[in-house]
Design a protein. Structure first.
Length: 255
């Protein structure tokens, strides 16, 4: 019997895609979930809570690889610390693959600081590890656009620059990394195009045939983002380069 791969956050937007791709690659998958779930084809669910340090030992038991995708707006550092502690106690410590965000070391927002702290916990552990930073997912942009488009005038942060990427392309990259050798910090992954928030919203409005006035609004504290803090420092290349465009994503999602 092959060792399972554990996925934390395996029921989220990215997690579901990673689990699906791991199964397609023939892997046995274990998912740590806060809610009890019935097993699926080749997928075992273990109930536990990273933040509360519950059920983690059972989840990591025998896992050859842990893909750590679980995230919480309240902060990830303590949850990551609990996971690392449990994984490190195994007779054969697993390869830990962590997903982070481009810009965590240049932006001071609380969530970003927590992700950076988690990166440091992973890198400072004695586990074999790999960390991938990715830019924002199109899914997140779409959710924001759908909410904003309900207003007669759509406010957008002025000069807000992003380089969003397709979540499934990130999932494919994570699976390649999980099935490969521990690589430390790998090149950041980003989408094919740098866009302003206004351009993304306007693209959504065109795709949904809505007419709305888009109003750029200067937001305090976003200077680092206007300066490119959320962008991949060097143009993504090779496996770090997302190829699907925002327009292609919208055409598929909205049909």
């Amino acid at each position: 019997m092959t060792s399972p791969l554990l996925v934390t956050g395996g029921t989220g937007t990215l997690g579901r895609l990673v689990v699906g791709r791991l199964r397609a690659a023939g892997c046995e998958v274990r998912v740590l979930s806060r809610r009890s779930r019935a097993p699926g084809a080749g997928v075992e669910y273990v109930t536990g809570d990273l933040a509360k340090d519950e059920g983690i030992t059972s989840a990591v038991q025998g896992a050859a690889v842990v893909v750590h995708l679980a995230s919480d707006k309240k902060g990830d550092a303590e949850a990551t610390r609990n996971l690392v502690r449990a994984a490190s106690a195994q007779d054969r410590p697993p390869h830990l693959v962590y997903i982070s965000i481009v810009g965590v070391d240049s932006l001071s927002f609380g969530y970003f600081r927590s992700k950076l702290a988690s990166e440091q916990i992973v890198a400072g552990s004695k586990l074999p590890w790999t960390t991938l930073r990715a830019t924002q997912f199109y899914d997140l942009i779409l959710t924001g656009a759908q909410k904003a488009a309900k207003l007669p005038v759509v406010p957008v942060p002025s000069g807000f620059l992003v380089q969003p990427v397709d979540a499934d392309e990130v999932a494919a990259r994570l699976v390649d990394l999980a099935l490969g050798r521990p690589s430390g910090r790998v090149p950041d992954m980003g989408g094919p195009k740098v866009s302003s928030a206004a351009e993304l919203i306007q693209g959504y409005l065109r795709a949904t045939h809505r007419r709305r006035k888009v109003l750029p609004v200067r937001m305090p504290g976003t200077g680092p983002i206007r300066a490119g803090g959320l962008l991949v420092p060097d143009k993504p290349a090779g496996p770090a380069a997302g190829r699907r465009t925002w327009e292609e994503f919208l055409a598929a999602r909205l049909r």
